[in-house]
Design a protein. Structure first.
Length: 333
């Protein structure tokens, strides 16, 4: 018998985690609990980096990515650049269970979602729309500039969508994702990742969240890992798979997490050329990455390229979640 637990981002509301733990106490599988927790975060109107109320791309459209992976069978499903559906994590799980594919994108993912009866919804809330409009205005642009560039009506170089997106992205203050990792009583590991991606991104941008091996990986025999932050960094490294493979080679979770982050730091430095510095640490907030991990014994860890990032853990034996601070990995270690 293994001690069931949930590990997720420190920003997620305690009530969501506690509800998931209660399901584990009743004998629910890791897969069902991971989907339940992810759906609850997708429905949280106060969470602007995931699902309903997520921040939009540069055109004001909410595009969602999600992935689901089971450590017992190494089965996985994912969707990318999905619009108009409330729960991309459930669509990703159904891709895993009903198709011979792993990843569906755009119109194909939306067609599949319709076929399985996934819930539709208007994802852009008033609060998210206002944040988008303010960001556009802060960059000296208007909604008309965006619309003209989207319709290719402007011949002015600095009003083309490429230049507009790059300009607006340069003043971001971070990126976020929802990672949930669940271990059930049988010792099975499941990872679910869902996100609205980088705010103000160029339409069609896909980050690491739906990319198996970059944004997430799970293998019951060794452990699981998931990333949040700037996906362009973790995709260049295959961070989640690398972390699990190091544990497969006999490294401890702490050794593996620190090694992956140390190797990541030069990539973070290279990525900073696109971002305006803001915040503590050696990199702008937009070039930060956080790696969450579970080993096969149920030990949890968090590693980050900056200081102060947190994660939450709760076992079925605990009444409340514990909030823990990620290890800040530096180059001079």
């Amino acid at each position: 018998m293994h001690t069931p637990l949930i590990l997720l981002n420190g920003e997620v509301k305690d009530a969501i985690l506690i509800a998931g733990i209660e399901s584990l106490r009743k004998g629910a599988s890791a897969a069902d609990v991971a989907e339940q927790v992810a759906r609850d975060v997708e429905d949280d109107i106060d969470e602007h980096s995931v699902g309903f109320s997520g921040l939009p791309n540069i055109l004001g459209e909410v595009e969602l990515d999600a992935a689901f992976m089971e450590g017992e069978s190494l089965s996985a499903g994912a969707v990318a650049a999905v619009k108009g559906f409330r729960h991309p994590i459930s669509i990703a799980r159904q891709v895993m269970e009903r198709l011979p594919h792993v990843l569906l994108a755009g119109e194909g993912a939306e067609r599949f979602a319709d076929e399985i009866g996934a819930e539709r919804g208007d994802l852009l809330t008033d609060s998210a729309r206002e944040i988008w409009r303010k960001r556009i205005a802060d960059c000296g642009l208007t909604i008309n500039d965006i619309e003209r560039a989207a319709n290719r009506q402007s011949s002015i170089v600095n009003r083309q969508l490429i230049e507009i997106a790059t300009r607006v992205l340069a003043y971001r203050e971070g990126s976020d994702t929802m990672n949930v990792m669940v271990r059930d009583a049988r010792g099975h590991l499941v990872v679910a990742v869902t996100t609205s991606g980088i705010a103000w991104k160029y339409p069609g941008r896909v980050g690491d969240s739906p990319v198996v091996g970059a944004g997430l990986y799970a293998d019951d025999r060794y452990g699981a890992a998931a990333c949040m932050g700037l996906g362009e960094i973790t995709m260049r490294q295959g961070s989640s798979l690398r972390a699990v493979m190091l544990m497969q080679m006999g490294w401890t979770m702490d050794e593996a997490g620190r090694a992956v982050l140390r190797d990541m730091l030069p990539i973070c430095r290279d990525a900073t050329r696109h971002w305006t510095p803001a915040g503590d640490g050696p990199f702008p907030r937009s070039a930060w990455v956080r790696l969450l991990m579970l080993d096969r014994h149920g030990n949890a860890g968090g590693y980050c390229t900056h200081d102060g990032s947190t994660y939450k853990v709760q076992t079925v034996d605990e009444s409340r979640p514990r909030t823990l601070v990620c290890e800040w990995v530096r180059e001079d270690e």
